[in-house]
Write a protein that binds this ligand. Sequence first.
Ligand code: SF4
Length: 109
Amino acid sequence: MPTFEHYQQLKTANALPGHDGVGACLTCKYWQVEAYRDESIVPKVALCIHPMLAPFALIVTGASACNKWAEKPDKEPEAAAYAERYEEDKGVQREKARLAGPPPGGKES
Ligand code: SF4
């Protein structure tokens, strides 16, 4: 499996369970950080305190993501901008189409 520089790229390239609910820890209310959330803290690690996930002691960065994501009520605009990056990236859409292969009976463009 390839790796990606941003969670939206992986999300777009794979059929993930709960796909539409997958969100970034940077904007999640369960990411246990007390700092102002902008892109500078994406590499930092902190615990996930989601009630269902806390027993696993998940240590995640701001770039991590899952489908138990819940929006942080007062999420910072910089964090929102980071989370939405690549969401509509046409390059990712092309890569997804390439991985899916050519349409039945058609040629790849
Ligand atoms: S792992 Fe999921 S629930 Fe936990 S902080 Fe990240 S997005 Fe939120």
